[in-house]
Design a protein around this ligand. Structure first.
Ligand code: ADP
Ligand code: MG
Length: 344
């Protein structure tokens, strides 16, 4: 990763590095009174409720720098936090970024990471207001905390789904997981080869979904404009099946979803076939889609049908019915938190 022309972090020191990475940062949100540079950032929220979410990412556990560019990593690390705030029907406003950096990283590496973080902040209108920087014995550690807000009556929890509500999901599912499979496959193929060129032709969407996910700010806005407040909502980070079980458990309900309603991109389907994997299993259990899964009252059927990029995939039931998927041939398969075996 390093080459000799790069700048060692020790040449700047901790304060020099923070200064270098954050010198051009401006604050855009009116709630951000004081950002980087004092002992704490200062925010002023008057009439709204404040939302806080945090994520910890460890090299070798959550990301692999052999195929993840640092700029993309920065972008994704920020965006997945924004996604959690949108999943509460809120607006992300500020982030803090904490880093553990091992000796193999240079100033240029950290610049690339911050380019990605700054880009995500610009796209989503979020202020970078602080963080912490320290050394790590091994690998890179990134922790991002996001602060957001929402009027108290707009916040959507996971526990509000009711019997007969409609279950909706944005975008398509399984592509990020297939992107990961593809990147892992090409990484394995590259071992010991000089001038290796990974084969991503016709699968660009999968790679993009894995390396550069987006949070569904647009869907939260569209729901608001349509006058729809979901009864329950969360973002799909661990796979549809597991997230649906979370909503139903917390809401004390069951659910039925329909296999033929699950939105899947054709590149996902092609990749699943190439790998000999069950496509629906991948869509149900592959994680990191960062789409929004939500429930709305049956009376919103017409309104929700008009929103582009939202698919109705099933409905909420009484708790005794459990959580299940109806397959194309009418069989009922219980949803599991991790994977279901179509042969069982
Ligand atoms: P303290 O000693 O109070 O922890 P620091 O010297 O660590 O303060 O940080 C100085 C300022 O720089 C603070 O405003 C802090 O929030 C900010 N900061 C430190 N590390 C980062 C980082 N990785 N990204 C953004 N801001 C940072
Ligand atoms: Mg500090």
């Amino acid at each position: 990763m390093s080459d000799n022309k790069e700048t060692e972090i020790s040449s700047l020191g901790e304060f020099g590095l923070i200064d270098h990475l954050t010198k051009d940062i401006n604050l855009a949100n009116s709630q951000s009174l004081k950002g980087i540079g004092d002992d704490a950032a200062v925010m002023r929220y008057s009439d709204t409720d404040v939302l806080v979410t945090t994520d910890l990412l460890l090299e070798g556990v959550h990301f692999d720098l052999t195929y993840v560019p640092l700029k993309h990593l920065g972008y994704k690390a920020a965006v997945v936090n924004f996604s959690d705030i949108y999943a509460m029907n809120g607006t992300p406003r500020q982030i803090t970024v904490s880093l553990g950096i091992s000796k193999r990283f240079t100033v240029e590496h950290m610049e690339a990471l911050y380019d990605g973080i700054r880009h995500a902040c610009a796209v989503y209108g979020v202020d970078l207001v602080g963080g912490d920087t320290t050394s790590s014995r091994q690998g890179l550690v990134i922790s991002i905390t996001c602060i957001g807000d929402a009027p108290a009556d707009k916040i959507v929890y996971r526990d509000g789904a009711k019997d007969t509500d409609l279950i909706c999901v944005s975008g398509d599912l399984g592509a990020a997981y297939m992107g990961l499979q593809l990147l892992e496959r090409e990484k394995a193929a590259s071992v010991g080869q000089k001038d290796f060129r990974p084969k991503f032709d016709g699968k660009e969407y999968l790679v993009e979904r894995q390396l550069k996910p987006e949070a569904r700010k647009d869907i939260v806005k569209a729901l608001d404009e349509a006058g729809i407040k979901p009864t329950a909502m969360m973002d799909v980070s661990d796979g549809l099946s597991s997230e649906l079980i979370h909503i139903c458990t917390q809401s004390h309900t069951g659910c039925r979803i329909y296999e033929d309603r699950i939105p899947i991109d054709y590149q996902t389907a092609i990749m699943a076939e190439e790998l000999g994997m069950n496509l629906v299993t991948a869509a149900l259990n592959g994680g990191e889609d960062y789409e929004l899964l939500f429930t709305v009252p049956l009376t919103d059927h017409e309104k929700i049908s008009k929103i582009e990029g939202v698919r109705l995939i099933g409905h909420v039931t009484k708790p005794e019915l459990g959580c299940a998927m109806i397959t194309r041939d009418g069989a009922e398969i219980p949803l599991r938190a991790q994977g279901w075996n179509p042969l069982q």
